[in-house]
Ligand binder design. Structure first.
Ligand SMILES: Nc1ncnc2c1ncn2[C@@H]1O[C@H](COP(=O)(O)OP(=O)(O)O)[C@@H](O)[C@H]1O
Ligand SMILES: [Mg+2]
Ligand SMILES: [Zn+2]
Length: 576
């Protein structure tokens, strides 16, 4: 580029001179047209919108329109400036004496406003119809500058117009806003952007593939200026035709197909495959952050497609990918998608903070494959029939929160979580998973009946237990109706009758007593530890405030590694 003196960046070369060339801002243009037609041109305008959507461009077109005199020198204000009259040409070239352009970012002080605006407004325009002040990035003005400006805005001479532009409308004082007609410039839709880019590429005599344009359109996030700069670079990179691969490399993006591959592996719980894939992408130059961001983008896209299937027709997505997206949207439950999204956001934070981004990304991927693994209801029943998965305690696994396929689920040894519905089943089946009394206690816990749980833990001295039959001696803490309540609750949750009877005395210690005894034993054991004795000797006033066993610490570490899991969602979660 540098060796071509006539070269002009595309963004400058293709600045629209009229509203016909301005893309994606139809609503604003319509309002302006009506206002000009009705001769109700506001005293002050403010344009807001993200970078490169046409704010400065619009300001200049309006300025031209206000001062255009037409090719014959007799025209009035118009939204279609002729572009050939002297005012039009002077404004386009930035040399019109009555059109002042200020940059709020560099001229922020009250003196700038005083010198450039306040001291000159009262003079009539030198040659044009209106004196026009354009202030770009107006939100950058200091408070005193705003105050100075406000006085003029309140009572501007009839020959004066203001046009402000800002990317941060919230930083503009309401007092200023309330005196302006406001226009919100929109991000440009991908379709519109792609057509525009194709048009420029054509005029530049450059061959740029449709999917390459799609990638640029997507990367620009709706900013025409960004899209044009990217196109500029892409053309410079590309020899002959610019392909999607080149643009992808230029943008540091992974191949969309590969992102979908990775996403698929993660969702299937294939940790080894996912690690190999991310390593491959890394070797090909992908940034770990970018990979996770891609995954987040895919997660979002598939979620949207799930809700509005038309969204799959995104022009920036290739046909194969659309097909895959559609398929995944049908297959994956929304719970898994929202979960994935949440975890990716967390992972992005971690990767950003980690000393080694790739390591952090790999750890995140491993975690994602574990938690994102979502067996289908059929798989789940099969797994549960084959016994609880390794690493899960012998306590009964709560069933999936109402996963589909009611018939199959009801036959399997699956209890429903929460307000468990009593599904009619064979009594033997229903009782098979309550071989021990502690499994009954787990069931109470799973159903979140805290009162019953406490009463059972403190009140029941177990005398005899068989699935479906409980015999106990009440402790002093046991309420009188405990047997009746326990029987009714178990019947409600399991769908079969339980016989719960009370005997006068005997029985094992209550659960609470056992627990206290265990805690006491643990305490003595801790106290007997040489390290503890040394500590107590050195710090005689020290007290034991908590004891954690290595198992507890390991369990806690595991819980921390996984952000809290929606109980409805995780089919193997331990209770509470
Ligand atoms: N709506 C648009 N239609 C066509 N080109 C645009 C549009 N918005 C921005 N551009 C392109 O981007 C460049 C910068 O636009 P500009 O109006 O200065 O953006 P900003 O909104 O940041 O003020 C223009 O020269 C033009 O090439
Ligand atoms: Mg601008
Ligand atoms: Zn003109």
């Amino acid at each position: 580029m540098a060796d071509n003196p006539a070269y002009q960046v595309l963004a400058r070369k293709y600045r629209p001179q009229t509203f016909k060339d301005l893309i994606g801002q139809d609503a604003m243009v319509r309002v302006l047209k009506n206002a000009f037609a009705a001769d109700r041109i506001a005293q002050a305008f403010i344009m807001t919108g993200i970078r490169g959507t046409g704010k400065t461009t619009t300001a200049r077109i309006i300025a031209k329109g206000m001062n255009c005199v037409g090719p014959d020198g007799n025209g009035g204000p118009t939204v279609e400036p002729c572009g050939v009259c002297e005012p039009c040409r002077a404004i386009a070239e930035g040399r019109h004496v009555d059109v002042m352009e200020m940059d709020g970012a560099s001229q922020t002080g009250v003196n700038d406003i005083r010198d450039n605006i306040i001291s000159t407004v009262s003079y009539a325009p030198a040659s044009a119809r209106y004196k026009i002040y354009i202030i770009d990035e107006v939100h950058m003005l200091s408070t005193s500058a705003f105050n100075a400006l406000l006085k003029t805005l309140e009572e501007p001479p009839a020959h004066v117009k203001f046009i402000f532009a800002t990317t941060e409308i919230r930083k503009v004082p309401v007092t200023v806003l309330s005196r302006c007609q406001r226009f919100d410039l929109r991000r440009i839709e991908p379709e519109v952007m792609m057509t525009h880019l194709a048009d420029i590429a054509g005029r530049e005599g450059a061959e740029v593939g449709q999917d390459a344009l799609a990638l640029i359109a997507r990367a620009s996030e709706g900013s025409v200026r960004d899209a044009q700069s990217l196109l500029d670079q892409a053309i410079a990179h590309g020899q002959g035709e610019t392909t999607a691969d080149q643009v992808r490399a230029m943008l540091g993006l992974a191949d969309r197909g590969r992102v979908l591959d990775l996403f698929d592996m993660v969702m299937k719980g294939d940790a080894a495959g996912a690690l190999a894939e991310i390593a491959g992408q890394y070797a090909d130059g992908a940034d770990p952050m970018a990979v996770l961001r891609d995954l987040a983008e895919v997660t979002h896209w598939i979620s949207v497609v799930k809700i509005t299937p038309e969204a799959v027709e995104d022009p920036t997505v290739g046909p194969d990918e659309r097909e895959r997206g559609r398929d995944m949207a049908e297959r994956l439950p929304m719970r898994a998608l929202t979960r994935m999204w949440q975890m990716l956001l967390k992972a992005l934070e971690e990767v950003a903070a980690a000393p080694n981004a790739m390591m952090a990304a790999e750890m995140a991927i491993i975690r994602l494959t574990h938690v994102a693994e979502l067996p289908s209801p059929g798989d789940l029943v099969r797994k549960l029939k084959d016994g609880p998965p390794a690493g899960v305690s012998a306590s009964p696994a709560p069933g999936p929160g109402g996963g589909g396929g009611g018939g199959t689920v009801a036959r399997g040894p699956v209890a429903h979580h929460g307000a468990a519905t009593a599904v009619a089943r064979q009594p033997d089946d229903a009782l098979a998973r309550y071989q021990r009394f502690d499994q009954v206690v787990e069931l109470i816990r799973a159903n979140r009946d805290a009162k019953l749980l406490i009463d059972v833990e403190t009140g029941v001295r177990l005398v005899n237990y068989a699935p479906g039959r409980i015999e106990f001696a009440p402790s002093d803490a046991a309420p009188r109706d405990l047997a009746a309540r326990l029987g009714a609750a178990l019947q409600r949750w399991t769908g079969v009758r339980w016989g719960v009877s009370v005997v006068a005395d005997g029985g094992a210690p209550t659960i609470a007593e056992t627990r206290d005894a265990e805690a006491e034993a643990l305490r003595s054991k801790a106290l007997a530890h040489p390290m503890m004795q040394a500590v107590l000797e050195a710090f005689p006033d020290a007290r034991i405030v908590g004891i954690r066993t290595p198992e507890q610490i390991a369990a806690e570490a595991q819980v921390e590694a996984l952000p809290e899991v929606d109980e409805e969602w995780d089919p193997f979660a331990d209770d509470d």
